[in-house]
Write a protein that binds this ligand. Structure first.
Ligand code: AMP
Ligand code: MG
Length: 403
């Protein structure tokens, strides 16, 4: 059985980032991955302007206050100054207003007194250019601005708007097909007959895929029937970059997934991983590029497998910049955790911040891979490494944020 880290490497090696791009507008750019590096031929600020409500003056006129200047112009933001400031003159100016020719310094309103068109300067500015936002101070034309592969959020979208990029090149979203296998499964809207189980994985995985910025393609429930499963998997690999199926990958008599993948020409890269929960993980690649994850059916195993193994795959596939692998967070462990397994063991709970320090609290109730009830309202998983079977209370534990 391969280790979790080996599985992670194998999975990332199977994935090629998407190359297709599309264009979105500024309202639809959030969470999208920028497809090309962006530069601008504009300066930012676009021109010298005032950082304060106050008065635009010549520095050399105001070094020895108190003194008097004549107010010769008024410059609200958005108006082009019409007058050059000469010796002994000042212009009333507002935040964002263009600096008038001749002036090089702003005096804050608070350090002045005005009587009609006379201005008394009460305090000298610290230096020339005080409270002037200089043209090109933050960005000059042609310099690198936004990198390819970044995830766009509020600040980057503000930059794109500012430089007038309104058709934003982004990577296409990966398509991820989802199917649930099992004779026992029924939809949530169907009556629950004895012996049946509601297909919760379909919805859990749909939500997970959406949260990763990919497009989920829900393909429903497939019974444990090799022909139907073969048809559904064939359909899935036609429409998706990644297929996620749950169930049917254990050693039970009704677990057909791996055999069908082979029959359909896929190369099996992983058959099981030394991880708990989630050991019977099947990962395969089809000749046309689609990567298949056969995930165990137990609801907790399914989500832990998604967080640990599918998340990096979707990240790389999306064309995101590295890191693709999960970013671990050290936390103080609030209870002694024992693992009796020689597999890397994941437990679930809450990561809280207490006096600036992350603390991991195990979810109460059974840590059983079938217990989807206490997985709800957790926000993290924590790892008990192989060969280190106890992490005592107060020790450091490594955690992954799951929401
Ligand atoms: P399997 O991996 O097919 O052996 O399934 C293991 C366990 O997970 C069984 O108890 C199943 O009933 C349960 N299970 C399988 N698929 C799902 C699903 N889609 N939603 C909820 N539970 C499931
Ligand atoms: Mg099954």
């Amino acid at each position: 059985m391969i280790s979790v880290n080996q599985a992670e490497t194998i999975i990332l090696d199977l994935i090629q980032p998407v190359t297709d791009t599309e264009t979105v507008d500024l309202h639809n750019a959030v969470t999208r991955i920028l497809a090309t590096a962006i530069k601008s031929d504009l300066d930012f600020p676009y021109w010298d302007n005032s950082a304060m409500d106050g008065y635009a003056v010549r520095y050399e006129d105001v070094t020895n206050p108190p003194l008097n200047l004549t107010i010769v112009a008024e410059i609200p933001a958005g108006k082009v100054p019409q007058k050059t400031i000469s010796q002994g003159e000042a212009a009333r100016i507002y935040t964002g207003g263009m600096l008038p020719p001749g002036a090089d310094t702003i005096i804050m309103q608070e350090y002045t007194q005005r009587q009609g068109d006379r201005l008394v300067i009460l305090k000298a500015p610290k230096a020339p250019q005080a409270f002037v936002r200089k043209k090109g101070e933050y960005y000059q034309p042609g310099n690198p601005l936004l990198k390819e592969g970044i995830t766009l959020s509020a600040a980057e979208i503000a930059v794109l708007a500012t430089i007038q990029v309104i058709d934003i090149p982004v990577k296409r979203r990966p398509k991820v097909a989802i199917l649930s296998t099992g004779d026992e499964l029924v939809n949530p809207s169907q009556p629950l007959q004895p012996g049946k189980i509601i297909d919760s994985n379909q919805y859990a995985l749909y939500a997970f895929v959406l949260s990763q910025g990919a497009i989920p393609i829900p393909l429903g429930i497939v019974p444990d029937n090799p022909e139907e499963l073969r048809d559904k998997i064939s359909q899935a690999i036609e429409v998706a970059d990644i297929v996620l199926s749950t169930g049917g990958v254990s050693v039970g008599s009704y677990d057909y997934v791996e055999q069908i993948l082979k029959e359909l020409g896929a190369k099996i890269a992983i058959s099981s991983v030394a991880v708990k929960p989630g050991k019977p993980l099947t990962v395969a690649k089809f000749p046309q590029g689609c990567v298949y994850f056969g995930i165990p059916g137990n609801p907790v195993s399914a989500l832990v497998s998604c967080w640990r193994f599918v998340q990096p795959a979707i990240a790389k596939l999306s064309g995101k910049q590295q890191p693709w692998i999960p970013q671990w967070l050290a936390a103080e462990n609030l209870q002694t955790l024992k693992s009796t397994s020689d597999r890397e063991t994941y437990v679930w709970g809450r990561l809280n911040i207490h006096q600036g320090v992350y603390q991991f609290k195990l979810a109460s109730g059974s840590q059983n891979s079938g217990n989807l009830i206490n997985l709800a309202q957790t926000n993290a998983i924590a790892v008990i490494p192989r060969g280190n079977n106890t992490i005592v209370e107060g020790d450091k534990i490594m955690t992954l944020i799951t929401k």
